[in-house]
Design a protein around this ligand. Sequence first.
Ligand code: SF4
Length: 390
Amino acid sequence: MTIRPDIRTLTLPQLQEVVAGLRQPAFRAGQIAEWLYRRKVASWAEMTNVPAELRKQLAERYDLHALQQATSKLIPGEAMKFLWRLRDGQLIESVLLKANPALYGQASDRRTLCISTQVGCAYGCKFCASGLAGWKRNLQADEIVEQFLASERWLAGQTDFLPAEAEPTAAETARGISVENQVPKPGRLIHNLVIMGMGEPLANYEALLQALKILNAPWGGDIGARKITISTSGLAPQIRSLANEPFQFRLAISLHGATDEVRTRIMPVNRKYPLRELLAACDYYVVHKGKMITLEYVLIEGINDQLEQVKPLAEITRRLHAKLNLIPYNHVAGLDWKRPSESHQKDFLNALLDRRVPATLRQEKGHDIDAACGQLRLRTEGSITPQAPA
Ligand code: SF4
């Protein structure tokens, strides 16, 4: 069987080249992009203003594959976890939260989608469900983009996740397009993207950047670069590469340990890129981008929540001029790790605030729906392998 690339691996300029190669006028590429990204169609047949012959020629060269919902879990009005089935039967997750990424769990009228970039993960962080069954493959750019489109298709049929009216996109506003009288439902239903689902995003660097170009473009997802956060476990060389890219995406570092001893215990990646190397790459990123980094720190009882961790954590945060998100550990079935008590979480936070560290404690949503990345997939595949803390 011939495997064709999906049409949504192409940017608009690339689509224009394809259309020109088929001896069609350039505006056809814009029409196709409109069907794909604003109307979010999942078949060639729906592109009714595109000539049938052109659709046929494109369909011979490119797939247009919609993700299939294998299962899902919903907390009405708050969070939705999707388990998507890919073309080859592999499963990935996306999580939709009615929350702002800077304030996960706080009430917000913003909707944030957490997207996966790999099937499984090779990095094996000891507290994470995604790494439990190992790495299967990288996602292609279209599979990253389609998580967003498929989630918006689902949202368009909902009532409790929606405001009274969908918001026009920036491009629609610029063109003076009303959000009424558009079919299917127009406007942007998801406001923020966090690349923090299954997989290490920077280990799938090329496909990630291609997907984000499409999701960021006014003709594509039209999500502003500052509304897109890439999270990494700390791949130092790729952090430097990202600093050299022209994009203004936000960067979050999954730190989770403020000393090499603690970090190596729970994040094997720290053996390859110890804190000295990771922090040097972060310094480079901050200097070259002039942007604030976010540090994520999952609080795990007895592992990294001791008050003596506060001093090195404060030093790292201050060195990077970063902000720090404390995240109470989300229980993963099959793992023995525990979240600290609420009073200890607050003590840890207050000790940081006393040192004038800009830290917040996330009131995490979603643990009722297995929202820690990878859990729903493992549960569905029945492949949980219990692990004891190292
Ligand atoms: S936390 Fe991220 S990098 Fe670590 S195993 Fe999970 S998905 Fe992979």
